[in-house]
Write a protein that binds this ligand. Structure first.
Ligand code: BG6
Length: 644
């Protein structure tokens, strides 16, 4: 996925776009670029690589003026990272500039048609095709002999004073030819897009549109913004409009008009952002990932706040939109998610089955749509997603809705597409998570899933005593996390000394297996070391063959009913000289010769995965720092992927 931003107003656009792109860079960092309009000419600056190494330096040496502009930071899909494939892209006339987040699936056939019309392309991207297509339609519209039917006149949508002076350049019917041209082009396009378009002949206008990729309008005072997410513009305004699929908006300094290509009227309203610009800043920490690891005592407390019903010994939520009878009627739950959220789903499976006795299946979101599994009528789909924009997870949600199933979501980003399209859900309240490798959102997902399991259990047979036990345990988590964080220096030494081998194993059983998966994922994501996670008991059925002095094993060994079995497995590894690093609870005797033992405070089995994960986050963090990698923006990854 990419990040796009746009500004129209009176101020100099360049610094606003650059700062916004920096805040969007976790969405993709293969290249970045801006296009500004100044005195009738379009000025484009774009460069391969991360903003600090590329675009920022270019803008310093070749600054650009103008109070209208668009910008882009790229996660490459079509065309390798390079200067020529960087956005913005221009149309054939050079008058129209486009930035785009998404994938145009039928770009090849459109390209062929345009090549036959004499177009010449400079890049390998699908987006340049779109720019040329819009340019072709614009020429037609501009000369009023438009192609095909005219789209409907945009209906007043925001009440932000559609009357009064309109700076739009319009044709004879009062319609803006750029808006019309974008609509024409999008009717021909198959694929996903969040895009912004400016034109040298339209000094006060940005046209923007979305289908599948997130896009918001930021409403200022005599200025307006567009962005892929709120992080990029929260420093300027907290008044935002979340666009829906097929919305096309025409934005000027004073107003915005939204039409919808699919329906008669666009259904948008103004929302208020819940967080501040500082929340998305690194502060004193060397990296966002470290800041977010250290925020966990607070984010866990935020996720619990206001959700505990001490009298009922249960958890309650404001947004599930289900009555007690409906909650009681749930027969089965399918949890769909991707990446780190999928690991959280595996813990959720244990919690909901144990506390609520509801059968649970966990699906990779990207497989759910294509598995055609038979689902009972009262099966609920629960999706987990930090960003609320991951295309695979969104597709699973839409598939379940299409099949008539109720959908619930546990999401961090307020107003995200998954949050708005699910029937009900739970916000994590973890605040903006900027580092690509998810940490606080993972532990908050575990927490929210535990609260949901408690709620579902208490409308079934879970006793009040058990409810009280869990509620008391929840209260202990923030301080226990602080105790683990206090072990950071020791964990750093283990990471620096041992975690730089070319390969590592992570092992755990039952609730600890997803923790092992997450530990391996973190190490892979940011240290680029191969790491695999196994159910501890599975080792002897194959992977044990790989155990050698060169392959460290990180063993998650909670003090639970499987302790003896786990210790047995550690002995099998030690017997084959496999270096052992054990994450365990107080009082657990691990085999002599273990290279390192990291002890975390014990909580209730249902909540132990939260605490057992923290040392693995720090292990990966310090291994990555020791290897000199860009911890927050690991190669080839993006914060959430909005293309399937
Ligand atoms: C990937 C991110 O793109 O998406 C992972 O790099 C993340 O960190 C995964 O876990 C799923 O994202 P989300 O937002 O749906 O939880």
């Amino acid at each position: 996925m990419c990040g796009i931003i746009g500004f129209v107003g009176k101020k100099s656009a360049s610094p606003i776009l650059l700062e916004g792109l920096r805040r969007l860079e976790y969405r993709g960092y293969d290249s970045a670029g801006v296009a500004l309009l100044h005195e009738g000419s379009l000025l484009v600056r774009k460069k391969k690589g991360k903003i600090n190494d590329g675009l920022a330096r270019l803008l310093k040496s070749e600054p650009v003026k103008g109070s209208l502009g668009i910008g882009h930071t790229r996660w490459a899909t079509h065309g390798a990272p390079s200067d020529k494939n960087s956005h913005p892209h221009l149309d054939q006339s050079g008058k129209i500039s486009v930035v785009h987040n998404g994938v145009i699936e039928n770009y090849d056939s459109i390209k062929q048609k345009l090549l036959n019309n004499g177009h010449v392309f400079k890049s390998d991207t699908d987006t340049e095709i779109l720019a040329h297509l819009i340019g072709e339609y614009y020429e037609k519209r501009r000369t009023k002999n438009g192609w095909g039917e005219h789209p409907r006149e945009p209906k007043a949508s925001d009440g932000s004073g559609l009357s009064g002076a309109s700076p739009h350049q319009t044709n004879g019917n009062g319609e803006n030819p750029l808006t019309l041209a974008v609509c024409d082009a999008l009717r021909e396009v198959i694929g996903t897009y969040g895009l912004a378009v400016i034109c040298a002949e339209q000094p006060n206008t940005i046209v923007t549109a979305r289908r599948g990729s997130p896009l918001i309008i930021g409403i200022g005072n005599g200025e307006n913004f567009i962005a892929s997410d709120a992080n990029a513009i929260v420093a300027h305004t907290k008044k935002v409009v979340y666009l829906n699929d097929y919305d096309v908006a025409t934005i000027t300094p004073e107003r915005f008009d939204v039409l919808n290509l699919g329906t008669d009227t666009a259904n948008v309203q103004i929302s208020k952002l819940e967080f501040d610009a500082e929340d998305a800043q690194r502060g004193k920490h060397a990296h966002f990932m470290l800041k977010e690891i250290y925020e966990q005592p607070q984010t866990i407390a935020n996720a619990v706040r206001g959700r505990l019903d001490f009298e009922g010994a249960t958890a309650r939520f404001g947004g599930l939109n289900m009555s007690i009878a409906e909650l009681r009627g749930i027969e089965r739950i399918v949890i769909a998610a991707s990446g780190t959220s999928w690991h959280a789903a595996l813990v959720g499976e244990y919690l909901i089955e144990e506390l609520a006795q509801i059968p649970v299946e966990v699906e990779f979101a990207h497989e759910f749509c294509y598995r055609h599994a038979p689902l009972e009528r009262d099966t609920v789909l629960l999706v987990l997603s930090q960003s609320g924009e991951t295309a695979d997870t969104l597709a699973a949600l839409r598939e379940a809705k299409r099949r008539g199933h109720r959908t619930l979501a546990i999401v961090n980003v307020v107003g995200s597409t998954i949050a708005r399209e699910s029937d009900g859900g739970i916000y994590m309240h973890a605040g903006p998570e900027v580092a690509v490798a998810s940490t606080k959102a993972f532990t908050c997902t575990l927490l929210c899933t535990a609260l949901l399991a408690l709620n579902l259990g208490r409308v079934r047979d879970l006793s009040a005593a058990d409810g009280k036990r869990l509620i008391a345990a929840l209260g202990r988590i923030p301080d226990q996390i602080r105790q683990v964080l206090a072990e950071r220096e020791r964990i750093r030494q283990v990471a620096v000394k041992y975690m730089q081998r070319s390969s590592a194993f992570f092992i755990g059983r039952t609730h600890a297996y997803p923790v092992a998966l997450e530990g391996a994922q973190k190490l892979k994501e940011i240290s680029y070391r191969h790491a695999e996670a196994y159910q501890t008991s599975e080792l002897k059925h194959g992977p044990l063959a790989l155990i050698s002095p060169d392959v460290p094993t990180v063993a998650i060994v909670p003090n639970d009913e499987l302790l003896d079995r786990n210790i047995g497995a550690l002995h099998e590894i030690a017997a084959r000289s496999g270096p052992l690093y054990v994450v365990t609870h107080p009082g657990v005797q691990v085999p002599d010769g273990a290279a390192a033992v990291i002890v975390v405070p014990k909580n209730e089995p249902e909540l132990d995965p939260i605490l057992l994960t923290i040392p693995l986050q720090l292990l990966a963090y310090h291994a990555s720092v020791a290897l000199g990698h860009d911890v927050d923006k690991p190669r080839n990854l993006a914060k959430s992927v909005t293309v399937e």
